[in-house]
Write a protein that binds this ligand. Sequence first.
Ligand code: HEC
Ligand code: HEC
Length: 258
Amino acid sequence: MLLLLIALFVMGALSTLLAPSQQSSADTGTSQQVTEGKALFTVQCSSCHGLNGEGQTTAVIQGPPLAGVGAASVEFQVGTGRMPMSQQGVAQAPVHPVRFSPEEIAALAAYVATLGPGPAIPSPEEYDTSGVSEEDIARGGELFRTNCSACHNFEGAGGALPGGKYAPSLLQTSNLHIYEAMVTGPQQMPVFNDDVLRPEDKKAIIAYLNDLHSRPNQGGLNLGGLGPVSEGLWAWIIGIGGLIIFAIWIAAKGVKAK
Ligand code: HEC
Ligand code: HEC
């Protein structure tokens, strides 16, 4: 048993070592974009992330190094308004209104991509879900329940995590940002690279989330979306409660009949 575990571990370690690195984004962006991005970065981001994106870890100012996070991470962080972070010392950068134009975000992303290879910004074909079939949406639902619902809840409504952190609701997130979150793994979220979730799996998950949110509430009680646990609990309360009421009613009738 122990030997088997060790063998599995070694195989896992080897496969991560040997696996080709994820799609690199070093070639995205024109040199003009990179120049503009660097200028913007110096003014807006370097106070926390360092002049060359090397990061800072002084007692007051903290920002992780950005070499290798990739253009997708910058587009996600700046495109959802998380960056530039306005307040230090909070557990998690909150979502804010976006502070840059799409061109400026592209320039920042192009600059950070030159610091080291990382995931590229996905192309529209990768997250466009218009042609996705019903079966794929159902498969996306299964993949979501297996990979995502532990943190984001069964209906994507989000949930609290230890240490004052949280997995946000996915109800308002754009296709692009769902895809980018999966390939960059912000905060405690794992990175779902293409070996873990193939591109078509990612698309299926995005299609499922869209479908979930476009569907009107189909009547019935909203049980808080907590999934089988709360539904089971409700069934139990209503079921047993109903039995008790029924028993009392029979008893009462029995008394009258005497
Ligand atoms: C006030 C400090 C501060 C400023 C200003 C700031 N950041 Fe950050 N940044 C952080 C901290 C702290 C984190 C890690 C916390 C988190 O991810 O919520 C972070 C995380 C990131 C990440 C994710 C890194 C990863 O490992 O995936 C990216 C990308 C990023 N910042 C880009 C930027 C860009 C681009 C700007 C400028 C537009 C910027 N940041 C401005 C503090 C800052
Ligand atoms: C271990 C917990 C965990 C798992 C599992 C997880 N996530 Fe996340 N996710 C997070 C956290 C934490 C954040 C917030 C990161 C931040 O604010 O910087 C997040 C953020 C996101 C966002 C950004 C939402 C927004 O409002 O900008 C999306 C989209 C997302 N996750 C999708 C997914 C999908 C799809 C899966 C499954 C394939 C998944 N997550 C699995 C913890 C998780």
